[in-house]
Design a protein around this ligand. Sequence first.
Ligand code: ZN
Length: 369
Amino acid sequence: MTTGWVWHERYGWYDTGRYAGVIPPGGWGEPDIHMENGETKRRLASLVSACGLSDQLHSITPHVASDEELLVVHTGKYLSYLKEQDAQFRGGVADIGIGRTTFSSGDLEIARLAVGGVMDAAGAVARGDVKNAYALTRPPGHHALPDTGLGFCVFANIPLAIHDIRKKYGVERVAVVDWDVHHGNGTQDIFWNDPNVLTISMHQDRLFPKFGLVGERGGAEAEGSCLNIPLPPGSGGGAYRSAFERVVIPALAKFRPEMIVVASGFDSGNFDPNGRMMLNSGDYRWMTEQVLESARQLCDDRVLVVHEGGYSAFYVPFCGLAVIEALSGIKSPADDPCLERLVTNPMLELQPHQTAYIDNAVTTLKCIR
Ligand SMILES: [Zn+2]
């Protein structure tokens, strides 16, 4: 069986508008482009095509998610607000508080196409049409809440897809592993009281939105269904490997999911302007292989990887390609030109202060049911 692949040219067209990185227009920030722009993901799609790998993947055509599909997680008030914003001449803002989740007029349909893409990929894995799948969708989703967008995320792509496969295919227990540098707060909140969805988030300690602490373990009806592994800035492959071996893999084994979904952000990569971690393409390949091995033992290989953040236009494509190569078992001819130099840095090894963080996270394992 092959690996499913979701990409649509229109994901690259979602236009976050006139911005200076994360600074809104006005004041002294000279207008430039928004940090969340189409280049990182468009360039990953381009690399997957240029190296010939896309020809060997099973292409999945995404659908545009309907109001009915969105309202399974999101409120009617939020959806009405988005429609009003979308109808404005220059577009609007999806997050009501901070104002960084911008879109241009007509882009609401592209956000629906992102939801549809993740749903269609999840369905293909659940049905067994493909062995696993990579959804290269945009805008991202792991910060979005039922009543507002947040952190460049408009809709909760992964939670919506999980609800969909539960309804259509009877998949009950799902684990989400989030290695984006930011806390997967939206996924955590949406499944806070659901004992059948395990959310695991590895992230830079208190970067964004704010929390994601070890003590957040799920609601009263679902204690242990939420597992946070905050790591200190500067963590590299050593810390992530230790966290995987000591927390993520045992947690998955204990929970016994029927499918594993990865919220794959590449902003924990070495060159990212928005995070301070030190992962390279080899680390993302290794983490993907660990998830695949857990899935082989626990859930008939069922894995869905969904693209979240990642803001280095030149490096995200090589990290994403490594993940897709691991999923498909196909090595493309496109090697990461930075890898040889990056792996020689001795600071990638596990440091004592990072071990203390992981020791703390290990304590959450006893809560998992
Ligand atoms: Zn992120």
